[in-house]
Design a protein around this ligand. Structure first.
Ligand code: AHR
Length: 508
């Protein structure tokens, strides 16, 4: 093999920070067919369900070890009044879902249904509280309702609705996109409100809440800086973050503008590279938000949360524009893989990330047919599933060299993305060949520990536009990869064009 072969140098004996499993988190909003039809079909549905929740969706998400679920929005969260979603379903008040299709929401999926869903999934709930149109009292009573064990007024109300034991709620969102749909607030104004609301999201009993203040749009570093400045003192080793413990931001990938975002399944090779380069841009956003945070919080007590990310394409032709239903193909899978590589590199500051959204909306894991109920796992689902060994493992630095480069727009674009993590006796290496046409062979230069065995999996398909449908549900699905061979410096890995490969290493 010539010395210019693309090479990934990995020191297996230098484990870095833990990659929280919560960066593989999820998001389910009352939007289109995510909750209704996606998760919730109701107890009387012919679709197999447990207490109204789809059995097949739960099984699929359990299989990829879904760590958490953010709910009820999104923009919907700042219109949502939780008391409308408790008590007998046929007596719950209705509301207008003004953000998403202007449809009438009957509140049949509410707090108890969401907590039941999380228990079925084995996922931690991340409840997004209403700052935009709610009140401090409303938010304070919601956390009491959910987590208090004694005979307090809200605990008693919960019991009267059939739930004796308090739930555990580890994650709480203070508002959503407060600069936009969450109230069109200024950063300074929101920082004050986050301090106030966060104060009243209390820890009841042994439930400790990690409060996440709604954060910036993409590269609005002023928003992050303003929130960081609102902490009274984070300089000393013993001080703790105050009314909130983390700050979020949102970043979506598209190839066009908000008016015409691009198609999920019909795109040029240039748009292929544009999408992947925009996905790779998340690394710069993570670096620069972290740099702002480092100035105020050198001991990294405040977490960074990317609680909405993923591709946002034009809706599928013939579907409701307010429902954000889009196809999901091999390109989306590689967008996800590139994000995860960045997440692993930023494990020191990034504590959670939530893809938007889990079922039937934006970059979904699962698409369900509105007529037949048939379920399809998307290529993005498979990347999440292939990466489960990264959950809570230690990040390893991957030094890439001699990577073939092409262009995305007028910028050079490296066509290999990689990351790796290690546990006591295994390591997982993620390798994406983002090149639209060219295969390559990459040398894994493995140092520091003996590798006693390896297995590999691959996700690829014949065309860039490949995606799964009820008629062809495994058009893009992982298979065993036999293109890994010994090399004097470790292993050499065949990377077909437009492919995602994971190599699992056994370590002595
Ligand atoms: O995920 C869809 C929407 O995108 C969310 O409701 C909002 O927070 C964001 O603008």
């Amino acid at each position: 093999m010539p010395s210019t072969a693309p090479t990934a140098v990995i020191d297996l004996d230098l484990p870095g920070p833990v990659v929280s499993r919560h960066v593989y988190g999820h998001f389910a909003e009352h939007l289109g067919r995510c909750i209704y039809g996606g998760f919730w079909v109701g107890e009387d549905s012919p679709v197999p369900n447990v207490r109204g929740i789809r059995t097949d969706v739960v099984q699929a998400l359990r299989a990829m070890h879904i760590p958490n679920l953010r709910w009820p929005g999104g923009c919907f969260a700042d219109d949502y009044h939780w008391r409308d979603g408790i008590g007998p379903r046929d007596q719950r008040p209705r509301m207008v879902n003004s953000h998403w299709g202007d449809v009438v929401e009957d509140n049949s999926f509410g707090t108890h249904e969401f907590m039941d869903l999380c228990e079925l999934l084995g996922a931690d709930p991340y409840v997004s509280g209403n700052i935009g149109s709610g009140s401090v009292r409303e938010m304070s009573e919601w956390i009491e309702y959910l987590t208090r064990g004694d005979d307090s007024p809200m605990a008693a109300l919960r019991r009267s609705n059939g739930r004796d034991e308090p739930w555990r709620v580890p994650f709480w969102g203070l508002g959503n996109e407060a600069w936009g749909c969450g109230g069109h607030l200024r950063a300074e104004q929101f920082a004050s409100m986050a301090r106030q609301y966060g104060t009243y999201v209390r820890n009841h009993g042994d439930n400790t809440v990690y409060r996440i203040a709604a954060g910036a749009a993409e590269d609005d570093y002023h928003w992050t800086e303003t929130l960081m400045r609102s902490f009274d003192d984070l300089t000393g080793p013993d001080s703790r973050p105050g009314p909130f413990q983390a700050i979020s931001f949102h970043y979506y990938t598209m190839t066009g503008s908000w008016g015409d975002k691009g198609s999920a399944t019909r795109f040029t090779t240039d748009e292929w590279y544009l999408a992947l380069s925009r996905a790779a841009h998340v690394d710069e956003l993570l670096t620069r938000h972290s740099t702002v945070m480092d100035r105020y919080d050198p001991h990294q007590k405040v977490g960074l949360v990317l609680d909405e990310w993923g591709t946002w394409w034009n809706v599928e032709p013939g579907t409701n524009p307010g429902f954000l239903y889009q196809q999901n193909g091999l390109r989306d899978a590689l967008v996800a893989a590139v994000h995860f590589d960045a997440f692993h590199r930023h494990a020191d500051r990034l504590v959670m990330a939530n893809i938007a959204q889990t079922v039937n909306v934006l970059q979904a894991m699962i698409l369900t047919d509105p007529d037949t109920g048939a379920l399809v796992l998307t290529p993005t689902y498979h990347v999440f599933e292939m990466n489960t060994a990264h959950h809570d493992a230690h990040a390893l630095t991957v030094h890439l060299r001699d990577v073939p480069t092409t262009h995305a727009g007028d910028r050079p674009f490296p066509t290999i993305s990689a990351s790796a993590t290690v546990t006591d006796d295994t390591a997982l290496v993620s390798l994406s060949n983002l090149h639209a046409q060219d295969a390559t062979t990459l040398v894994l230069d493995l140092r520091g520990r003996d590798v006693t065995g390896h297995t590999a999996r691959i996700l690829t398909a014949p065309s860039l536009e490949s995606h799964n449908t009820p008629a062809a549900p495994t058009a893009v699905a992982p298979t065993t990869h036999d293109g890994v061979r010994p090399h004097p410096r470790g292993l050499q890995v065949d990377l077909p064009a437009h492919a995602y490969v994971t190599v699992s290493l056994d370590l002595a």
